[in-house]
Design a protein around this ligand. Structure first.
Ligand code: RIB
Ligand code: CA
Length: 308
């Protein structure tokens, strides 16, 4: 069977790095390129971690692009800083040189080019805001049919959002951060004909990063990928509530059989106190949302994939 072509667009958070680390273990997916969007990170260390991880995994043949887009509502600084720590993990710094290439063009130009050159439609795995995708479509609108689907960690359908109105005054708390970072970009994608598969907070709320799971990863740290994952999760356990947001989204590419999905009609709220809300609205834009997942099987899957 031909492999599924994938471009990963991530935004440099802990679960973004581990999403990439999961994607690159999948035998049925061929990753054409990786783009880092400067959202939940500082871009230089986030790009550096990305390339070092790809070196560690023996994937230094896949190019990386650095997106130069900007969002409207920045992620909190303290969340964005974690990539500096990861960039200094000893296991990522055995070599003095990074081999995985960083392309000279911007990440959005790189994405547009990869789509233009792809021999068949590509899955865009997006684990950050949709801003780079929107920018790539602005650069090359003709590549829209080359996007087979966008599998996106984003949104909150029937649960509250995770943008805290105390931290973000003037908001009503209905939005999820990846949408809230740049509501107009998500709105733009909502106006397209691209099939959207959403992994919203409704499902990720049921899949926490537990101490037990982090300990299990630590106990199999003779495997380099398990060591990286355990260290990454250890950094965020103090935040009191970390979930497999992006990793759960990514696992859908490798193991769709673990999930049930549901169709919804929605609108993307672009402005105002609910900016970034993904609102259910009969007659609205059709999307597919991941609805349920076999949680123990998901945990077993990532433990197994990272046992290398
Ligand atoms: O709301 C969850 C999203 O915000 C995830 O993509 C996570 O990586 C954070 O950036
Ligand atoms: Ca992310």
């Amino acid at each position: 069977m031909p492999k599924e072509l994938v471009i990963h667009d991530h935004d440099g958070g802990i679960d973004d790095f581990l999403s990439l680390m999961l994607l690159l273990t999948m035998e049925d997916a061929q990753t054409l390129g990786v783009v880092v969007t400067p959202a939940d990170c500082y871009i230089k260390p986030a790009v550096s971690v990305t390339r070092k991880m790809m070196d560690l995994m023996g994937h230094s043949d896949i190019p990386v692009g650095e997106s130069t887009v900007r969002g409207l509502n920045p992620f909190p600084r303290v969340w964005r800083q974690t990539c500096f720590a990861v960039d200094h993990f000893p296991i990522l710094n055995d070599k003095e040189r990074i081999d995985t290439p960083l392309v000279q063009e911007s990440g959005q130009q790189f994405m547009a080019r990869l789509l233009r050159e792809a021999p068949e439609p590509v899955t865009l795995l997006v684990t950050g805001p949709l801003t780079t995708v929107a920018a790539a479509l602005d650069i090359a609108p003709e590549v829209e049919p080359k996007i087979g689907r966008i599998v996106w960690m984003g949104g909150a359908l029937n649960v509250p959002g995770n943008v805290d109105p105390v931290m973000e005054p003037g908001q009503d708390g209905a939005s999820e951060w990846n949408v809230y970072w740049d509501p107009p970009a998500a709105y733009q994608i909502w106006q397209s004909r691209i099939p959207i598969v959403l992994c919203p907070l409704d499902i990720t709320n049921h899949v926490p990063v537990t101490s037990e799971l982090v300990h299990q990863l630590g106990r199999q740290r003779e495997y380099p990928l398990s060591e990286v994952a355990a260290l990454c999760y250890a950094l965020v356990m103090k935040q009191g509530g970390y979930f497999f947001w992006d990793v759960l989204t990514t696992a859908y590419i490798g193991r769709p059989d673990l999930y049930t999905v549901r169709e919804w009609e929605t609108v993307l709220v672009r402005d105002g106190i609910s900016q970034g809300r993904t609102q259910i609205a009969p007659g609205g834009r059709k999307i597919t949302a991941l609805d349920t997942v076999d949680v123990p099987a998901f945990y077993a899957y990532i433990l197994n994939q990272w046992a290398r």
